[in-house]
Design a protein around this ligand. Sequence first.
Ligand SMILES: Cc1cc2nc3c(=O)[nH]c(=O)nc-3n(C[C@H](O)[C@H](O)[C@H](O)COP(=O)(O)OP(=O)(O)OC[C@H]3O[C@@H](n4cnc5c(N)ncnc54)[C@H](O)[C@@H]3O)c2cc1C
Length: 493
Amino acid sequence: MDLRSPAIWWIKRDLRLADNEAVTAASRHDQALAVYVVELDIWGAPDASALQLNAVRRALSELRVGIRARGGELMVLRGTLPAAFDSLRTQYRFTAIYAEEETGLHWGYQRDQRVRAWARRQGVSLTEFPHAGVIRRLPSRVQRKAIWDGRMSAPCFSAPERLSAAPAVIRAARATELPTFRECGFVKPEFALQRVDESSATRVLSSFLHRRAADYRDGISSPARARQTGSRLSVHLAWGTISLRTVVQATRAHLADIRGDRSEEAKRMRASLRSFERRLHWHDHFCQRLEDEPEMEFRALNAAFRQLPYQDDPALFAAWYEGRTGMPMVDACMRSFQATGFLNFRMRAMLISCACHLLDLSWRRVLYPYARIMADYLPGIHVSQTQMQAGVVGINTIRIYNPAKQLTDHDPDCAFVRRWIPELCDFSAAQIIAHAVGESDDSLGDYPAPVVKYSARSRVARSVLYRTKAGTAAREEAQRVLDLHGSRLRSKK
Ligand SMILES: Cc1cc2nc3c(=O)[nH]c(=O)nc-3n(C[C@H](O)[C@H](O)[C@H](O)COP(=O)(O)OP(=O)(O)OC[C@H]3O[C@@H](n4cnc5c(N)ncnc54)[C@H](O)[C@@H]3O)c2cc1C
């Protein structure tokens, strides 16, 4: 590679300067321009939303400051790819592109194919670096853990010291504006969202490791407490404002620091951090599934579950998505998710279980709309988890969440429910719980009676799922899914 020739760092979901191989490689060139493309076709896709654009805008805004401090500039292009690169080349004749590999849905995959073909035709070299521990063309699942461990233990890359291009290019780039909500067809979110940029990621990691993690294990099941006791790093890992390796190494270093400490606090901290570390593995474990079998965006991993019948009633979909099912825990979780872009794992799983098992909505029907309400949306985790919670993977225990039990277990004083469902403000916890547990046919003031009964619907769903799972076809497929996608770690998900 001729380092005297101009290069670009094509920014995708790697919105950071530290521990980023793509920007490090670009910075070795005499001229390196940071480029973000506002792809209107991708932002118009059914899984995209204002919450996600909000994250990208914030992260780009801080990146721009960091790039300028290194003598460079961020160029924001608009349009589709590769046309946007083609037109950039008329003013900046780059011959190398550095980017991160992205495990996305089919439109992202097709875009990457087009860019690769274009680069070949133009004689532009395109070098793509792995996203965290996801392995492209993984020969066998058995090798995954060793490769993952190797990547996570390798030294992190420092942020580059210098990134610069010719003054005319810098001037042109400086005049380009960050993506706007309007041009992407969104309305700016009105509520306060988690801040997503590189400096916030570092602060969130530090506050988690040194303070909040002690309560991690006890707190992550509760939708209210998990906002403080969870790491809250998902949005940063999803948009790449911090690398997974940085998080893994900081966690291990902190565990080593407190190794000899016999205090109760340190014991709780150690147990929590080990549990947290397992989830960092899951991050890539689930992304790897979509990487290895991209067709899972359209069809259940386990072929035997592809023909399951669903009613897909539009009225029930609307009740679910708008938080009007008459099941207080479901509605409070959905409304809080819609309003903040965040919900803890258990309650995300309960919402999918409610949609697919109780309301008879297919996982395909809810996949994209559910993605839109997640500020931390990451296709690999999202598609895998949606299928898993819908019970169509065939290798996990079938789990049908009882929303009333989740309420009594994780919000016994109904504070969370009352916060998000104003119609229930004037009712006592005892009244709300009695309504939920008793599956009352009556409304509670303005709050509706449940649109379905858990006891009846869960029985039907359980019988369909177990019958399907017990069939020969499902068992054979389960073996294939296990061989190709099963975890080789001995832990529960
Ligand atoms: C149906 C469904 C869809 C989901 N979609 C997404 C998504 O699009 N993006 C996303 O980041 N997470 C998704 N999750 C996983 C999980 O809910 C969130 O990662 C977690 O709630 C984020 O909170 P935290 O950062 O405080 O997590 P912590 O508990 O602190 O975990 C640390 C990190 O580990 C990873 N992680 C945690 N739990 C899981 C898991 N079960 N599977 C894979 N990785 C995990 C995340 O990157 C997380 O930030 C989904 C879960 C379900 C049930």
